[in-house]
Structures are given as structure tokens and as C-alpha cells.
Design a protein around this ligand. Structure first.
Ligand SMILES: CC(=O)CC(=O)SCCNC(=O)CCNC(=O)[C@H](O)C(C)(C)COP(=O)(O)OP(=O)(O)OC[C@H]1O[C@@H](n2cnc3c(N)ncnc32)[C@H](O)[C@@H]1OP(=O)(O)O
Ligand SMILES: NC(=O)C1=CN([C@@H]2O[C@H](COP(=O)(O)OP(=O)(O)OC[C@H]3O[C@@H](n4cnc5c(N)ncnc54)[C@H](OP(=O)(O)O)[C@@H]3O)[C@@H](O)[C@H]2O)C=CC1
Length: 292
């Protein structure tokens, strides 16, 4: 696969809509697939809203926005992806879900098509080994919010070919991103460092070192982070943060990565952060109100 000319995205959540957004703006036709038709509708509305924001700021003209939106089609069946040169999986961070997706989609793809995962933490070699194309399988890890964040981490599995790596690096650059290459260890680079920091903030909250407001203010004003760690956890999704901690804990075999019990409790309560309307903050009120 020398040059990628069409993109499929599986999972129309916060990451899937962002990936579709930047791919369409890069001039590529995009097929966005999700099991849930409501998620697809919401994703299209979010993409249009985020492009409007770029138009209002002068970074995009209205005609380019309309053309980009016109390049995105949606579907609830994997069969809609059969002509794509690359399919980027951005479904829920659950290994069984991803494996089931790869099994069904690889049966439909052209033999030369590339399969990429936007996983935050799951080993690429393990995911690749469960497909029919480990040499054309790769980790392509975008950051949230995708239209704003400059980085794409690229992770080769043990079998990933140089041709696949070069094609995906060129695609990331075409989407306006800068790449960093990470080795295939649990949670790669960004989340190896970032998510234990968020988990530690939750542990500090559990121990009463500070309340939500104090912990976030301390890290924003004391370490110049654009968001406090609890606000950022809510933004990423607490289910995703917990899934990453579990992959780190199991994959590194080191107790220093154990998930904070309070993080587990929030996820068990369904308080998953912004996408659920409630996490360390309650988003039903403006400004969002700390829940502890
Ligand atoms: C979990 C993983 O696997 C990996 C990850 O992604 S970890 C998470 C990584 N992400 C972060 O750490 C994000 C940290 N937060 C930030 O950088 C900032 O708070 C933020 C960029 C999200 C918002 O910044 P802000 O200054 O509070 O908001 P705001 O001024 O409204 O927006 C800044 C810019 O982003 C744009 N923007 C904000 N959210 C956007 C979105 N969802 N989509 C498109 N554009 C967006 C705004 O239009 C604005 O653009 P300009 O610079 O052109 O004016
Ligand atoms: N959130 C973040 O900051 C980042 C997340 N990631 C990674 O990106 C991926 C997606 O995360 P995110 O967008 O936040 O998650 P979301 O929960 O926002 O979205 C996941 C989407 O995938 C859908 N889905 C679940 N199962 C399937 C399936 N079998 N086929 C098709 N679609 C499916 C979900 O549908 P339903 O709601 O119906 O279950 C949902 O619409 C994860 O691997 C995550 O680790 C990577 C970088 C940053």
C-alpha cells in the first residue's frame, strides 16, 4: 500500500469523530462505522460543530468545511468499509471488543489494506496476531481533542512491515500531525506517563490530600497544565483511564500501577466523566460542580 487514498473509522465516539474530522479535512473520503446509529448522528453533529468553530476562528473557510463534510459517509455495518485503503479502529478500550471487530472487518478488506488501532494501551503485537495481516497492522494513536492536538504516536507490532509504517506516517503528516514512534510496551509513551499521574490525583483525592477543586487548581497553576488531572480524566473518560491502568498493572506486573479504588468506584457508578454528564465534576450545571 504505497499511498492511502481512503479511510475507514470504526467507533463514532469522541476519538472516532475527531479522526474522521481530520481525515476529511485532509481531502480523504471517510467511512465512519458504529454499531449504534445514534452515535453516528451525534458524531456528524459534533464534527460540523467543531468545523464551525474552526471557520469562526478563521482557520478554515466555509466551502472547505462543506467539502470535508461531504466526504464523510456513515454506516452501521462493517461491509461499508470494504473499499478502504486503511481502517482505523477507535471503538471502546476493551480487548474482546477490538478482537471481534478485527475478525469481522479483516474478512471484508482488500488484502493490501492496512488495519490500524487507536488503542490507548493494548499491545499492538497481541492485537495484530489475532488478525489475518500482522504485517499490515499498526498502532496509530491520536490525542484528544483530535482536531487540536498535534501528536500521533505510531506503534509497530513485532511483525509490522516498513511499508505499512511509512504509509501510516505519511498519512498522519497529511492530516497535519507530528508523529512520535513508541515501542510496543503497555500504554506506549503518552499514557505510560499521563494516566498514572491522573490515577495518582484520584488517589490523593481518595486520601483527602485535597478536594477536586484544590487538586485541579494545584496542577493548573502550580505545574502549568492546561487542565487539572481530574478535569482531564473526565475529558478522556474514566472508563478509558481505568482500562489503561489495568493494562499497565497487568502488563508491567508492578503494583505501582494499581488503579485507585476511587477510580474503580466512579466507573462502577457510571460516572465516566464528560461523556456521561458526570465524573469528578457534574456537567449538568454551569460551571461544572465538583462531586467531592
Ligand atoms: C487517553 C489517550 O489515549 C491519549 C490522550 O488523548 S490524553 C489527552 C491529551 N489531551 C490533553 O491533554 C488536552 C489538555 N487540554 C488542552 O490542551 C486544552 O484544555 C484544550 C485544547 C482541550 C482546550 O483549550 P482551551 O484553551 O481551554 O479552550 P479553547 O480556547 O476553547 O480552545 C483552544 C483551541 O482549541 C479548539 N478546540 C477546543 N476543543 C476542540 C474540539 N473538541 N474540537 C476542535 N477544536 C477544539 C478551539 O477552537 C481553540 O482553537 P484556536 O486555538 O484556533 O483558537
Ligand atoms: N478518550 C480519549 O481521550 C482517547 C481515547 N483513545 C482510544 O480510542 C478508543 C475510543 O475511545 P473514545 O472515543 O474515547 O470512546 P467512546 O466511548 O467515546 O467511543 C467508543 C465508541 O465505539 C463504539 N463501539 C463499541 N463497540 C463497537 C463495535 N463493536 N463496533 C463499532 N463501534 C463500537 C461505542 O458505541 P456504544 O456507545 O454503543 O458502546 C462508542 O460509540 C479507545 O480505544 C480509547 O482507548 C485514544 C486516545 C485518546
Amino acid at each position: 500500500m504505497a499511498d492511502i487514498q481512503s479511510v475507514g473509522v470504526i467507533g463514532a465516539g469522541q476519538m472516532g469523530n475527531g479522526i474522521a474530522h481530520v481525515a476529511a479535512l485532509a481531502g480523504l473520503p471517510v467511512v465512519l462505522v458504529d454499531v449504534n446509529p445514534a452515535a453516528l448522528e451525534k458524531a456528524l453533529a459534533t464534527i460540523a460543530k467543531n468545523m464551525d468553530r474552526q471557520v469562526a476562528k478563521g482557520g478554515l473557510d466555509a466551502a472547505a468545511k462543506d467539502a470535508a463534510l461531504g466526504r464523510i459517509t456513515t454506516g452501521t455495518e462493517m461491509a461499508a468499509l470494504d473499499a478502504c485503503d486503511i481502517v482505523i479502529e477507535a471503538a471502546t478500550e476493551r480487548e474482546e471488543t477490538k478482537l471481534a471487530i478485527f475478525k469481522s472487518v479483516s474478512a471484508l478488506l482488500k488484502p493490501e489494506a492496512i488495519l490500524a488501532s487507536n488503542t490507548s494501551s493494548i499491545p499492538i503485537t497481541r492485537l495484530a496476531a489475532a488478525t489475518d495481516r500482522p504485517e499490515r497492522f499498526i498502532g496509530m494513536h491520536f490525542m484528544n481533542p483530535v482536531p487540536v492536538m498535534k501528536l500521533v504516536e505510531i506503534i509497530r507490532g513485532i511483525a509490522t512491515s516498513e511499508e505499512t509504517f511509512a504509509a501510516v506516517a505519511a498519512l498522519a503528516e497529511r492530516m497535519g500531525k507530528t508523529t512520535a514512534v513508541a515501542q510496543d510496551y503497555p500504554a506506549f509513551i503518552v499514557n505510560r506517563v499521563l494516566i498514572p499521574m491522573i490515577n495518582e490525583a484520584v488517589q490523593a483525592l481518595q486520601e483527602g490530600v485535597g478536594d477536586v477543586r484544590s487538586i485541579d487548581a494545584a496542577m493548573k497553576l502550580g505545574a502549568n497544565h492546561p487542565m487539572g488531572p481530574l478535569e482531564l480524566g473526565d475529558f478522556i473518560g474514566l472508563d478509558t483511564c481505568l482500562a489503561i491502568m489495568r493494562v499497565l498493572h497487568e502488563g508491567m506486573g508492578d503494583s505501582k500501577y494499581r488503579p485507585s479504588p476511587l477510580l474503580v468506584k466512579y466507573v462502577e457508578a457510571g460516572w465516566l466523566g464528560r461523556k456521561a454528564g458526570k465524573g469528578f465534576y457534574d456537567y449538568a450545571v454551569t460551571p461544572p460542580k465538583p462531586t467531592r
